[in-house]
Ligand binder design. Structure first.
Ligand SMILES: *Cc1c(COP(=O)(O)O)cnc(C)c1O
Length: 376
């Protein structure tokens, strides 16, 4: 059967990206962020490959549901799962999952810490704490550190498993006294305070992709990359040339032309009747917002055999119009395939820049209608 649109995922490129990461950060352990279905690439095959072929054994998800699915579908493999944000410790049924399936909840507020410390089942369970050092999203505040330490001591905890914080502005240049640097200073103070008061810290981490690309935060035991392992840089376009990252996009989004026809200047095309800006040819592609592709009313460039076209008018649920100015009907034929983004990270980054989005969104938006096809 011929598929309409596919996301091809080359696992060998994941291996190459991981090797580049090891060259950049030879001394750090990797906690690979695979939330949101591995950024749209398929959590189960990505984790299976990462455990079996890359030797990664720590993964981060956002929700308890993601963690459950991963354990259930990969019960033959050994690896750790951290649940970052949607942890649901308050339900009896969910903390039983944490215990029986060994998920590590990332604890970021006092109510959850109290619960874990008071619950007998968690007595020997690893404690992972997240501090808010200035991003102001999740995490204990710096002012709460003494209370946290006192509570740990009162329950005879002499060690925590993982201490972490998250950076709010790692996509910008990180330099002395920049927001990330101030967050790091705050984190180091918290860490030292724990150590000074006799609480050992087994693991610590601060760096997401943007920080890793700038070799920032590599003094911690761990790094927490997401985006760069899937390929693109996480840095903003105007500072991207400062990146040390040279990875390739592991996926290729390929669609095909359903219909093609010439248009004259001013002729209306599709829903809303957008006029063609000049004469040219329209290639109607099998990719719409039902597949997760939306130009958000912007008109990104789309290339066919290296020739630049642009999305014209509204994206439909199942289709989109690509306009090639100045070309005639012979330029494109129904059935021809067309790559929306390929392995050169510039392609998805251009798409993101032109639509005022970020590559994360394009990856995550791909719906289940688009089959993921894996190759090694
Ligand atoms: C998603 C996430 C990361 C990874 O971020 P990238 O920018 O994709 O590298 C790291 N840490 C936390 C807490 C996250 O939520």
């Amino acid at each position: 059967m011929r598929y309409r649109t596919r996301l091809y995922i080359d696992l060998n490129l994941l291996k190459e990206n991981f090797q580049l990461l090891k060259e950049l950060c030879p001394d750090n352990q990797v906690l690979f962020m695979i939330k949101a279905n591995a950024y749209g690439h398929g959590m189960v095959p990505i984790v299976r490959y990462s455990v079996q072929e890359l030797g990664i054994n720590e993964f981060g998800v956002a929700t308890l549901g993601e963690a459950r699915r991963l354990r259930d579908e990969l019960s033959d493999l050994e690896f750790e799962i951290y649940v970052f944000s949607d942890i649901h410790l308050e339900f009896q049924s969910s903390f039983e999952y944490y215990l029986s399936r060994r998920f590590v909840p990332v604890i970021s507020n006092m109510a959850d810490l109290d619960f874990v410390l008071s619950c007998e089942g968690f007595q020997y369970f690893p404690i992972c704490l997240k501090f808010n050092t200035g991003m102001n999203r999740l995490g204990f505040s710096s002012a709460q550190q003494q209370e946290v330490i006192d509570k740990l001591k009162k329950t005879d905890r002499t060690s925590i498993f993982h201490l972490m914080t998250h950076l709010g502005m790692a996509s910008d240049i990180i330099e002395k006294q920049s927001p990330c640097d101030l967050q790091d200073q705050c984190f180091q103070e918290i860490k030292n305070n724990f150590l000074d008061q006799g609480i050992a810290i087994e693991r610590s981490s601060i760096s997401n992709s943007g920080a890793i690309e700038q070799k920032f935060g590599l003094n911690e035991t761990h790094i927490r990359p997401g985006l760069i392992l899937y390929g693109p840089s996480a840095l903003h376009r105007d500072v991207r040339d400062r990146s040390n990252w040279k990875g390739k996009t592991i996926s290729r989004l390929e669609t095909y032309v359903i219909n093609s026809f010439p248009v004259k200047a001013g002729e209306r095309v599709g829903y809303g009747g957008t006029p063609a800006p000049s004469s040219g040819v329209i290639a109607l592609i099998a990719l719409g917002y039902g597949d997760g592709f939306s130009g958000r009313n912007k008109a990104p460039s789309i290339y066919l055999d290296g020739v630049e076209g642009m999305i014209l008018g509204r994206i439909n649920m199942d289709m989109g119009q690509v306009f090639f100015p100045g070309r005639d009907a012979s330029f494109v034929k129904a059935g021809q395939s067309l790559v929306i983004w390929g392995h050169d990270p510039k392609e998805i980054l251009n798409l993101a820049d032109q639509t005022d989005t970020i590559p994360y969104e394009h990856f995550c938006h791909m719906t289940s209608r688009v089959p993921r096809v894996y190759s090694k």
